[in-house]
Design a protein around this ligand. Sequence first.
Ligand SMILES: CC(C)(COP(=O)(O)OP(=O)(O)OC[C@H]1O[C@@H](n2cnc3c(N)ncnc32)[C@H](O)[C@@H]1OP(=O)(O)O)[C@@H](O)C(=O)NCCC(=O)NCCS
Length: 211
Amino acid sequence: MQAEKIYPRSSDKETVYLKNVITNPAIVVGDYTMYNDFVNDPVDFQKNNVLYHYPINHDKLIIGKFCSIACGARFLFNSANHSMTSLATYPFPIFFEEWGLDVSHITDAWDNKGDIVIGNDVWIGYEAVIFAGVTIGDGAIIGTRAVVTKDVPPYTIVGGVPAKPIRKRFSNDDIAALLKMKWWDWPVEQIKEHIAEIQSGKITDLERKYL
Ligand SMILES: CC(C)(COP(=O)(O)OP(=O)(O)OC[C@H]1O[C@@H](n2cnc3c(N)ncnc32)[C@H](O)[C@@H]1OP(=O)(O)O)[C@@H](O)C(=O)NCCC(=O)NCCS
């Protein structure tokens, strides 16, 4: 199974287990989360898809287990936000040499909205954009080309610019049960044993056994 493996499908070099291609310690990805890219090499995810993410900010991208990330989805970090509390959006502090400024004030050039946190079993659609400071709950779905500016509750489908809820995936009771069950944290053998029930979309049998 996963471990150090990069490609989940031996004949498909467009899909990678993200965890095994990330080298940046500020990006943390859970087991089995996969990324597909048919435009660029998916191995270059951290360069092509995690943008304006400079070490000086100490901001993190945290992605849970079993997420599916579609081609061109992007994570826009804090250095993309030119300061709006300044009288000028022009980022003088970045050009400290040119303007004789103290280098230690470089982060004054942008507003810092914080980390991006993606839960488990989140499906992020083609060319969606997730902004700094956003948290996406377990089981959420982000539609094609959504621009996600606000937190997304668990098991909620969002779409549009800015992304708005379209609907919940399950009843509130089933969502509560899924969040309690956390199938993604089960041992691999247990997940394997129950793939048919997970695929069925009906939680009753699993609830009886595990809650
Ligand atoms: C978001 C999504 C999952 C919704 O699927 P669905 O529930 O079957 O959606 P429907 O087609 O029934 O549409 C429901 C409503 O959401 C709207 N909608 C659907 N996708 C949308 C999107 N990406 N952005 C904005 N609105 C969207 C529809 O227009 C419709 O609006 P209405 O109720 O006002 O008529 C799907 O449209 C989507 O974007 N999937 C991602 C596909 C993708 O990017 N795959 C990449 C390869 S993995």
